[in-house]
Structures are given as C-alpha cells and as structure tokens.
Ligand binder design. Structure first.
Ligand SMILES: [Mg+2]
Length: 419
C-alpha cells in the first residue's frame, strides 16, 4: 500500500484466505489514462450525435476546464434536467443545469434530499435518476450539460420542457450504443468496423492505457500460490483481448484460469439461471454450446453466472472456499456481488488520491491522470455542506459495506496482503 497516505489508509483487510480471485477488466485489470479517455469518449459520442441528429459541430468545442464536469457517479434528474452529486444520507451537495450552478435548497428544499432515490435496493436503475458510474459513463452528464446549454441558448431560455431533457438523454444513449455496443441480437461486429471508439483505442493504445507490468508480477505470484484467477467482464472478447494484450502482453491469457465475456454484471451475480455458452468464433454471436460447468480445456465463456465459478471450485478443491471479486463499479462489481453471493468485494476508487500527501509522487501522478473535477464539484471523497463534512454517497457505501477500497490495483501489491 502507499506509504504516503496522510492520516487515512486504503481500507483493505487481509485477503490471503481467498481460494479464488475474480477481476473486472476495464478500470481494474486495465488502467486507463482517464483524462485522455474522457476526451475520446466525449468526442466519439458527440460526433455520432452530431451526425445523426444534426447538431452543429460546435458541440465538440469544450474548454479544458469544462472536461472537469465529467466526474464519476453523478446523478441526472432527467425530468428537471439537473445534474448533481450526492453525499451520504442522499444529501445533494451541488447541482447544475447545463453548466450553470443552481442553489440546492431552492431546487430541493432545506433537507437537500432527493426523494425516492435508493440505488441500493435494486439492480435496476430508477428511470427518473440516472446514475452515471465509472469513467466511461462520466461523459454522459457532461454531454447532457452541453446539449442542454446549447438548446437553452437556441430557445433563449434558462430551462427546457421536461420531454426535451428525455430527448437529449435518449440521443446520448444512442451515441453511446453507436460507439460501444458492437453487437445486436444477430451478430457481433468486428470492433474496427464499429463506431469510432474502438478504432481510436486500437490505433493508439498507449494514449489511453497504462502498461501493467507491476500487477502482472502480482498475478504471477498469486498464481504460483495456487490461487484460482478469473475474469468477469461486460466487454466482449475482441475488445478485452485488445486491452489485456496491451496491458499485460501477448500471453496474458495464461495468467487466468477462466474468463467470462459479455458477463452482464450485475445480473451475473444474482441470476443463477443465466445461461453460459462456450466461446465459438465461428458463430455470428460467438456463442457455442450451452454449458452447465467449466471445463479445464476451455478458458473463455460467453455470458454466464456466478454458480459455475462456485461449482468449479467445489469440484477442484473438494470444498468451496472464499471468493474475492475486484472491480471499479462500486455497485455492480462489489456491492451487489456481496449482497447476492457470499463473495467479498474490493472496489477501485481512483479518487482516493485526495487522501495522499499533496507533494507525494503518487498524488502528482494521479492528478495528472484524472480529470480536474474540483472547480465544478469540490473534493470527491468528502464535502462540506452547511459546515458539516459529508462523505461521498458511493464512497461511504464502499467504506461501510465492502471488504476493501483501494486507489489502483497496484495498491494491492503488498505481499503481506496475499501470502
Ligand atoms: Mg470496470
């Protein structure tokens, strides 16, 4: 763990007793250069929206400072076109319409609380309040603000009709699908023939990802200790192979015992009947035969569910031990995993750099990597609301409920955690 934390620490209990360790890929095994990635996501999604819905090219114009709007885990209150940050107790810390800050108490009353908002109760999103989790979805509120501002300027108004916000949101989702969702119900398309996002990553991987040489060594050590290592990713196989090859080298697959692609988390962890297919690259959907168990001669499975992992461990070791899953999505990788299974969850929260000493090398490096969100949103981990320090809502869930929270995977290098 980092030696240069001030006061607080990454919270990790010993994880040595796990029989198997599962990993998410994006923003976990694969560490992105968040600033560059945010700009890329903004550009490719906006370009798709401009082409399809005839917005002017000026939508692409964003100042360096405006990218700082794209913080992780913002919530969009669609009906009212308001984008907000939530603290523990679901208190609204700050809120905006377009890039204009609004007074929270004028909008939501003195309690500053969002009614009917409980993302811990169900894996289904509340359609009224869209939570934009992870540093892929962080551009959704940014684009939402930009398009809201553009339409308000066009109509010479400070707010739009409710249905206009829904139109804007659906256009953004379409722009997302046109870049990321390279499959439909009939076929999986090669990623270099689909949208702009994958092509840019494939052409310039070093612009968007870090090499993971250090964590590769950790994985090798874990493997040599007899740990079962596996992957559950919502990405499909081609993109996973691209990012993992860049991060861990051509032979990355040898580090893992088995892999689930298009895993459909969080349903992967709560639906024991979700089917599992062998990967078959000759099928249009890359799905081969349905299987009810994992095979030692077959590593990659499509879709699937958690029971196959448990069954495999039970058979191999004659008893099921503890399983750990690590990912950056506090809810879908960790919270719901712990809620629906007996597995432990550790969340990666890059914003933990706020707890590092200001002049430490790790902090300088982290601040260079992540977008500069503080002018719009203040500190991520804690906010001062009416002279009360409140923890970020999502971070407080991670601290209270999960087995651990770390800034990056490399913070889990310390041998004493594992051996
Ligand atoms: Mg992820």
């Amino acid at each position: 763990m980092d030696k240069d934390f001030q006061g607080k620490q990454n919270i990790v209990q010993s994880v040595f007793n796990h029989q198997a360790i599962g990993f998410d890929v994006d923003h976990c095994l694969v560490r992105y250069k968040v600033k560059a990635l945010t700009k890329l996501c903004y550009n490719v999604i906006c370009q798709a929206i401009i082409d399809k819905y005839n917005y002017p090219a000026t939508i692409l114009d964003l100042t360096e400072g405006e990218y700082g709007f794209a913080l992780n885990y913002l919530v969009i209150h669609i009906d009212r076109g308001i984008i907000m940050r939530i603290a523990e107790n679901k208190e609204i810390v700050r809120c905006y319409r377009g890039f204009t800050e609004l007074d929270v108490e004028t909008e939501y009353g003195p309690t500053r609380v969002l009614p009917d908002f409980d993302p811990t109760s169900s894996i289904k999103q509340n359609p009224l309040y869209i939570v934009c989790s992870t540093y892929f979805e962080n551009v959704i509120p940014l684009i939402f603000a930009k398009l809201t501002q553009y339409k308000c300027e066009q109509l010479n108004t400070i707010q739009l009709e409710s249905n206009e916000y829904h139109v804007i949101f659906s256009q953004i989702i379409e722009g997302l699908k046109m870049n990321y969702q390279h499959f439909d119900q009939h076929k999986v398309f090669p990623i270099n023939q689909y949208g702009r996002f994958f092509k840019q990553i494939g052409e310039n991987p070093g612009l968007y990802m870090f090499k993971q040489n250090q964590f590769r060594t950790t994985l090798e050590n874990l493997k040599s200790q007899g740990k079962v290592l596996f992957i559950v990713t919502n990405s499909h196989v081609e993109f996973m192979n691209l990012t993992m090859t860049y991060s861990y080298g051509q032979d990355w697959i040898n580090l893992f015992d088995f892999i689930f692609v298009k895993g459909g988390k969080p349903e992967f962890f709560n639906n024991p009947y979700k089917p599992t297919f062998l990967l078959d690259i000759n099928q249009p959907l890359l799905k081969g035969q349905v299987v009810n168990q994992l095979y030692s001669n077959c590593k990659i499975y499509v879709e699937g569910n958690y029971t196959l992992v448990e069954q495999y461990l039970q058979q191999r070791f004659s008893s099921l031990g503890q399983i750990l899953y690590i990912g950056d999505h506090i809810m879908n990788d960790c919270y719901f995993t712990q809620k629906f299974t007996n597995w432990d969850g550790i969340a990666i929260v890059e914003e933990l750099f706020e707890q590092l000493k200001p002049d430490s090398q790790h902090r300088v490096e982290a601040e260079q990597n992540i977008i500069s969100y503080r002018s719009y949103w203040g500190n991520y981990l804690e906010s001062n609301v009416n002279n009360q320090m409140l923890k970020n809502y999502w971070y407080s869930i991670a601290c209270k409920e999960l087995k651990g929270v770390v800034r990056t995977l490399d913070c889990l290098q310390n041998q004493s955690l594992w051996s």
